[in-house]
Each structure stands twice: as C-alpha cells, then as structure tokens.
Design a protein around this ligand. Sequence first.
Ligand code: PEP
Ligand code: MN
Length: 337
Amino acid sequence: MLVVMRNDATEEQCGAVADVIRSMGYSAERVPGAQRIAICVLGNKSRVDSSNIETMDGVKEVIHVTKAYKLVSREAKENSIITVGGCSFGDKTIPVIAGPCAVEDRELFFEIAEVVKELGAVMLRGGAYKPRTSPYAFQGLGIEGLKILAEARDRTGLPVCTEVMDTDTIDVVSEYADVIQIGARNMHNFSLLRKVGRQSRPVLLKRGLSATINEMLMAAEYIISEGNWNVILCERGIRTFEEQTRNTLDLSLIPIIHEVSHLPVIVDPSHAVGRRESVPPMARAAVAAGADGLMVEVHTNPRIALSDGPQSLEPEDFEHLMDEVRMIATAIGRTVQ
Ligand code: PEP
Ligand code: MN
C-alpha cells in the first residue's frame, strides 16, 4: 500500500502516518521524489485496512499496490532519473556506456577509454572481477583493475561502471566505481542485492540468464528495499533454444518495464548476440524501442582481447553506430548524450 501525502503535508504529519503504519506491524519506507511525498507500506501479506490512515491529517490518498513488487512499481514513484558524473538515465537523453569486456592492461584501457570518449561514450565500462564460465579463463585484474578504472576516470572525466561479483568485494568496488554492475549470473544472489542496496553508488542490474521480467523487478526490489533507489535495469539477452546467437535479445521488455516501473532500462546488445556483426542492428533496434541507454563492448584490438573479443566492436564500427543511434534518437524525440 502507498500513502500519498498532500504537497503541503508537514514532517510531523508524515511522521505520524509512519508511526501508525509501524504500530500496525508493518514497515514504512519514504519514497523519494520531487513531485510527490509518499510513504510505502511494506511487510503486509494481504490487503491493509487503510481506513484509519485515510482520515489522517496531510494524507491525500491511499493506493493499494496489488503487485508483488512495490517500491519498483510505477504507482510508488514518478519516473526515476538517475544521474551520475554528468550523464543521466531515465530522461530524454540516451547515454552510451562503452569499453572492453575486461580491464586487461593499463595502457590498453586508457587507449580504449580515450577512443570511446572521443566517439561519444559518456561512461566507461570494464570488468575487474570477471564471471567466467571456465575457472581457467582470465578472471580479471581485481583491485589492480579497479585502480586502472579510477585512473581512466581521472584522465577522461568519464564515470566508470564495473561489476561486483560477491559481498566480500562490495566495499572496494564501491570505493573505486561510479556505478556498480550486478551481472546476469548474480541477479538472483539476494544477499549481494541486499548489500548493494545498503551502499550509495547507483546499481546497474542486469537481467538474469533465464529471468522473467517479474523476477528482474523483484531483484531490483531487493536493492531498493535496503534504501538504494538508484537502480538502472539492463536487458542483455536471455537463454532460449536458439543456438546461432549467444542469447536472445528481448526488446519486448522495454515497453513493459516503462509501463509497470519508474526505473530506467538500458540495453546491452553485445552480450545478447555474442558476435560483433549483430551488435549495431540490435543497438539501433533497442534505441528505436525506447531504451534509456546502451552498453556496448568496444576494443581497439578485439583479436587480442582476453574476453569477449568476437562481440567487441572496433572503434570505426562504434563510430558508425553512434552516428546511426543519434539519427534514431532524433527521430523519436530523444538525444544521444
Ligand atoms: C559484463 O557486462 O561484463 C557481463 C559479464 O555481462 P553479463 O553479466 O550480462 O553476462
Ligand atoms: Mn563481456
């Protein structure tokens, strides 16, 4: 249940509503928002009897949220716009995050960072802790990789996004990163989700390998329920019976997310398709379908990449893609940041 307060409601009136909610055995979560003051009731197993709250001073209306997810729902909050280091997700702009799959080498990462910045990326990506299928494959540079990311941020002025794989490394990753990525394989790792919900960096939450849209929204609910409202959802393809692509990109999730949730949703075509030839068409389609941003793997020499070389764009492909994406954005009344 959501208690929407009048715009002129006082702090005391909000506090009194929260106290009544708690006295009924539920918890009360203040919903941040510029346009509206609202308090979400959490912890109820069935419909809450709202009669005594409806008549309290300062209360405008009570909305019963019937879905399993509450805090991520559109009823709970107006559109979330998540700003980080000068770029924003969830408004009319389309930020493009780019970089290699993994931070492999200091000079190489700086080279790629400068190139993607020049071509229009507004955030850098690169894994320092890599979730690899084989334990013998390159696992990332760890803390060394985080330091390279931070140095690349200082050099380029662009914020950096990198994955956290376990609860042990959350503190160090959030010390160096501007956005913390939860990878597809960890979307169901509820203790990790709770813990990133307790730190202050925005979270990029990728869709699990076989997660439904509802399961993804519930994963976001875990993060927000711990107090971190800055969650960016990311579609990166799901497992289907198709074998010619690495995954199947499910763009049909975009309008559904926009309908049911206030959270922005971006698309990573690289991990969806697994081959560079298919990345630009899927990126174009994502923007046309209303994606609030893109994440694309780019490498200056994909043949020597230690992970995901076959799906990494070369700089000239990325340049061409950025031109196309700008045109599509304009056609739908948006701009590439
Ligand atoms: C990544 O973005 O580096 C990554 C591993 O992606 P995913 O979790 O979507 O497979
Ligand atoms: Mn990758």
